[in-house]
Design a binder for this molecule. Structure first.
Ligand SMILES: [Mg+2]
Length: 336
């Protein structure tokens, strides 16, 4: 695709502040620095992209991402930037600029027939099991039909009791998905999945760490397995497919290199018969918006995308897509 003609560029560093850290088996994810790239054309349209490096998920620091973007600008924008979050910012800004020049929301620029709203899952967190269950109930009352919970930071017995309480609280119709962030012991995981199966779990993301361990666990698992942390690069997705390590691939456009790369990986995964869930990188409004427009454009809407995360952000870098009744509403206005 021919890109728009870029006449100007600006790179801004911003702090993304969460209401509270999101606890994962890798430790808490809290406030962090992100970069916004604005590219403008001769008519004064501006397209925005975001680079939001996150340790474990992306190989680069925010300084390295910034340098990769500056190198891309200095190098007359010929080769894609060398790091994935920088590439996500660049591809996002170029596509957003092209969409703005065409007077279209990004998802319609990518696919004219794509929907402007769709259901998303809610990531529910809490300092205690009671609080977490209450938060989930609030999300379901607001209209969410899918909730996601982080497990693996505590003992399995505690997690199991929590998930059972959650199932009781939300009823049988709401999809519950779990994310262990690779924390479970490969020898224990099959037994854990067996015990969780009775609670009607939609899928478990990264029950164990590493492609081979995932593949081994999947052969015995009564619960579908999703690969996220092993699928944060094109090479990683290829390895997951080759090993038969997952039923579902979780794609974070902001981590794999942006909209273009994520769309290619989604097509490859679907061709291999896997489901695709598009999620955020707990990034800011621009990254979340681009991921949402991509999910719409490629029709990756079932299982529900994990794009309700802007509710966790206290101080964002712009206006995220509006979340209403468990649905994300896309427009040409979301962004910085
Ligand atoms: Mg995950």
């Amino acid at each position: 695709m021919n890109g728009p003609e870029v006449m100007g560029a600006r790179l801004v560093r911003r702090t993304l502040r969460l209401h509270r850290p999101v606890v994962t088996a890798h430790g808490p994810v809290g406030d962090r620095e992100v970069l916004l790239l604005g590219l403008s054309d001769a008519e004064g349209n501006i397209g925005w992209g975001e680079a939001a490096p996150l340790p474990v998920f992306t190989p680069e620091t925010v300084d390295e991402a910034g340098q990769a973007i500056l190198d891309w600008l200095d190098d007359d924008r010929i080769q894609p930037p060398a790091t994935p979050t920088a590439r996500a910012a660049v591809d996002g800004a170029l596509l957003h600029l092209a969409a703005r020049a065409a007077g279209l929301p990004l998802h319609q620029h990518l696919d004219p027939h794509s929907p402007s709203s769709f259901a998303v899952s809610a990531l529910v967190t809490g300092d205690s099991p009671e609080e977490l269950v209450a938060t989930a109930r609030t999300a379901v009352d607001a209209g969410h039909r899918t909730v996601k919970v982080k497990v693996g930071a505590l003992s399995f017995e505690v997690d199991l009791a929590l998930v059972a309480a959650l199932r009781d609280a939300v009823g049988p119709e709401v999809a519950i998905r779990l994310d262990a962030n690779g924390a479970w012991d490969p020898d224990e995981a099959p037994g854990y999945l067996e015990r969780l199966a009775g609670l009607g779990i939609e899928f478990v993301e990264d029950p164990v760490a590493g492609v081979e361990a995932l593949a081994a666990v999947r052969t015995a698992s009564p619960v579908p397995i999703a690969a996220d942390e092993t699928a944060t690069s094109p090479e990683g997705v290829a390895a997951v497919l080759e090993a038969g390590a997952a039923d579902i691939v979780v794609l974070k456009p902001s981590a794999v290199g942006g909209i273009v790369v994520a769309a290619e990986l989604a097509a490859i995964a679907r061709d291999a018969g896997l489901g695709v869930v598009v999620t955020s990188l707990l990034d800011g409004a621009v990254g979340v918006s681009h991921a949402a427009h991509l999910a719409s454009a490629i029709g990756a809407l079932h299982p529900a995308p994990g794009l309700g995360t802007s509710a966790l952000v206290a101080e964002d870098v712009g206006t995220p897509p509006r979340l209403e009744g468990g649905f994300l509403l896309l427009s040409g206005e979301d962004g910085p």
